[in-house]
Design a protein around this ligand. Structure first.
Ligand SMILES: *Cc1c(COP(=O)(O)O)cnc(C)c1O
Length: 430
């Protein structure tokens, strides 16, 4: 007759796991779960491994050595600014001492920045599109080109967002070609009750060949408002903050200023893609329509917190005073020369005692400018060290592996993390 081994006490097992830096109460829960699972899970080694895996799931700053500058799984644009541990006058008017508007200050800055009458901020671009549709098109029709009825990243599907907002989607044109006359025909139909035209930038994919879409200039001649979801939040196609011509990879990416100048009534975009700020969504354009969005009950559910607003304010300021290339981490990554990256890579392999320096292709990421690359420089090390780098004790490092080598692309790495990379690589090699 076989006997089932006796489990250790929860408390003894939790104490045996104490080398993992977690609160005792968490270790107790993990020990209890291990014991419930059976003898294989309740050995000291297995329990410590379980605690270690739990610790790696906690949120933590990481070194992004993937070369994907805006990595959605790594929080997209790195936070550019710190803030004091203090109260913020988010809804308090310092002139009158009375309650103020959460949207006034930052909305005003984004209006200036985009050349719009007004602007407001919500939690992300999905929320921006949802709010615009709910406030302006509830129970009415919205025309969308069949070529733009798309799914963007994790579950942003235009038809689904439309349905949730209470607006009725009317597809116009065909998957590859939609002309102004397709929109006019839908507007002229008997019983048409069209609230607006929605133009969606198909961010993360590209249809090539026999393709035609209707530019905002033409849509603006229709007798209904045109809402353009431009996605990435490129503020100005001329990138004046870079002090030179726009980088080639930006070609084709719609910009806020130019889309409004072309006649869009409203635009929506993300705050944490090419804008380079915290997760947020911006709605900018016609003052009466922005006001209708601010008044809608959903606006309360979608409003951002004070810290997000404060960071966005600083982002907007740095575009307005043209210091964005230096103060916004994303644009700093873009503006770094390959010569600088090569110098850093040489220093890293020298300090690490392993690896060589290779050319690399970075990408903007987060669905921005799909199919384009940014020339970059990587440190290459023989072998796949991804797991060890992720478990690096000072700070997890996320890299890429290919053809039996590990690649650390330096364009997405802060220069002050180079020493950390070097010591992690030295540890991998030994
Ligand atoms: C990224 C993107 C979205 C979703 O934006 P989130 O800020 O992630 O909610 C919506 N529309 C377009 C065109 C996008 O590129």
């Amino acid at each position: 007759m076989s006997t089932t081994p006796r489990p250790p006490s929860v408390d003894r097992l939790a104490r045996a796991m104490a080398e993992v830096d977690l609160p005792h109460a968490v270790l107790v829960d993990l020990a209890r779960a291990a014991i419930a699972e059976g003898p294989d899970a309740w050995s000291t080694e297995a329990a410590i491994e379980r605690a270690e895996q739990f610790r790696l799931r906690l949120l933590s700053p990481v070194v992004n050595a993937t070369g994907v500058l805006l990595h959605t799984n790594l929080g997209r644009a790195p936070y550019p600014f710190a803030h004091a541990e203090r109260a913020i006058n988010v809804e308090f008017d310092l002139t009158t001492g009375e309650r103020g508007s959460r949207q006034a200050a930052v909305g005003g800055l984004f209006a200036s920045l985009c050349g719009a009458e007004a602007a407001m901020v919500v939690n992300n671009n999905a929320a921006a599109v949802m709010l615009v549709l709910a406030a302006l098109a509830s129970d009415r029709q919205v025309l969308v080109s069949r070529g733009e009825s798309v799914e963007i990243g994790g579950g942003f599907r235009v038809p689904d967002v439309m349905e949730q907002s209470g607006a009725h989607l009317v597809d116009v044109g065909t998957t590859n070609r939609t002309r102004l006359s397709d929109y006019s025909k839908a507007l002229g139909r008997k019983n048409a009750d069209v609230a607006l035209v929605l133009k969606v930038h198909p961010s993360n994919y590209r249809v090539e060949g026999f393709v035609e879409d209707t530019p905002v200039e033409q849509l603006a001649t229709l007798p209904v408002p045109v809402v353009a979801d431009i996605g990435s939040g490129l503020i100005d196609a001329n990138t004046p903050w870079l002090g030179g011509p726009p980088p080639a990879w930006l070609a084709g990416e719609p910009a806020a200023k130019q889309t409004l100048a072309a006649g869009a009534t409203l635009i929506t975009f993300s705050g944490d893609k090419l804008l380079g700020g915290p997760q947020s969504g911006i709605i900018a354009g016609d003052a009466a329509l922005v006001a209708a969005c601010i008044r809608h009950p959903l606006a309360r559910a979608l409003r951002p917190g004070a810290h997000v607003l404060l960071m966005l304010q600083q982002v907007a300021m740095s575009y307005l005073d043209r210091t964005a290339a230096l103060s916004i981490p994303f644009w700093r990554m873009v503006a770094t020369t390959n010569q600088e990256l090569r110098t850093r890579a040489d220093a890293i392999i020298h300090a690490a005692g392993v690896g060589d320096v290779v050319d690399s292709d970075a990408i903007p990421g987060a669905g921005s400018a799909p199919g384009t690359t940014i020339a970059s420089v990587a440190v290459r090390v023989r072998g796949d060290h991804l797991a060890a780098l992720r478990a690096n004790p000072t700070m997890p490092i996320v890299a890429r592996a290919r053809d039996g080598h590990t690649f650390l692309d330096l364009r997405s790495v802060r220069a002050d993390d180079d020493a950390l990379l070097a010591s992690a690589l030295r540890a991998c090699a030994s």
